[in-house]
Design a protein around this ligand. Sequence first.
Ligand code: IMP
Length: 178
Amino acid sequence: MRHRLGPTLITGPEIQARIQELAAVISLDYADRDLLLICVLKGAAIFWADLCRALPIPCQSDFVAMESYGVGSFPLSEPRFTKAADVALADRDILIVEDIIDTGHTGARLRELFRAASPRSLAMCALLDKAERRQVSTPIEYCGFVIPNAFVVGYGLDYAQQYRHLAHIAVLEGPPEM
Ligand code: IMP
């Protein structure tokens, strides 16, 4: 079955309202700290762009990219950086900004890789949590929305590099094997 864009799961205004709530909590938690947002490319780029502009506190940003999948759609047990951070991470308050936590392999591996750089603190902010699909436990300190088990696109999330530009999150019908 060819894929096609399905129903809206989360509207653009719902996403924006939730980002304001997340930013309010994050700015309280990180007031007077040394906040470094790490945006995980490419899926989190749009979320990061809106989240950092909603934060009323000083912060720095950097970008990493991960290779998450091997052959087909099977997650790698040890995803690795295809682009590492450029800035020094030791003693920083690192907040990882992710698009979605699905099986949990990527989130768990990101934490392991960043923990090795001796940050002062380390936390995860993910727009979406597909909790039913979890294979590896990994904490999400700041979560936008818990969603059902469906392949979703939009607001940075893609299928074959399509749909990232959508302002909303939609279900993809006829999706890849998960
Ligand atoms: P993990 O399975 O938690 O390791 O997720 C790895 C990556 O798979 C995420 O960062 C996303 O880039 C991608 N991913 C997982 N579920 C979806 C989805 O429903 N739509 C688009 N990308 C997804």
